[in-house]
Design a protein around this ligand. Structure first.
Ligand code: ZN
Length: 163
């Protein structure tokens, strides 16, 4: 208690609704104004895991602009696997959703987190009905993760028929 008071906290009982508001006070920046690792999902379920050192909102806008350029046949140096997917498959970009996976500002951490979340998505896709739009080879620079991916695809399962 004394420690808390030293830090400037007042201890008191709050109704539950007020306590849940405390998290908003601690975190006044709207989520899409943050940077980190995100997932973009098409209406068909296919998804892309990416990182952004700038805000999620800005990064999403970039994907959108690339899509618009593809639609208007305007050449662009930038690439977006999501924009390319929607363009190629004829899926509407209006239904594409970005969600935050992990907030982070440090560049080195971002790379690690991107690897981690892409790996999770790749694993998820192997027993679900969606594809990962990432160029997986370019994400997994870590030898360990490469090893684990190769390992997991080489695992054979045993069933009655192949015993
Ligand atoms: Zn799609």
């Amino acid at each position: 208690m004394r420690e808390l008071r030293k830090l400037g906290y007042w201890t008191a009982f709050y109704p539950v609704t007020q306590v849940s508001n405390l998290s908003n006070l601690k975190d006044p920046i709207p989520r899409m104004k943050k940077s980190g690792v995100y997932k973009i999902q098409c209406s068909c379920g296919d998804r892309y895991v990416g990182q952004s050192g700038r805000t999620f909102a800005k990064r999403f806008r970039e994907h959108e602009l690339i899509f618009d350029k593809l639609m208007k046949s305007i050449p662009t140096d930038s690439t977006s696997a999501v924009a390319r997917h929607c363009y190629d498959e004829g899926h509407p970009f209006d239904h594409v959703k970005l969600s935050e996976l992990h907030q982070c500002t440090s560049g080195r951490k971002l790379n690690r987190l991107e690897e981690y979340y892409t790996l999770l998505a790749v694993q998820g896709s192997s027993h679900s009905n969606y594809n990962i739009l990432n160029d997986v080879d370019s994400v997994f620079v870590s030898h360990f993760i490469r090893f684990m991916l190769d390992y997991s695809t080489s695992i054979q399962s045993v069933t009655r028929s192949n015993l």
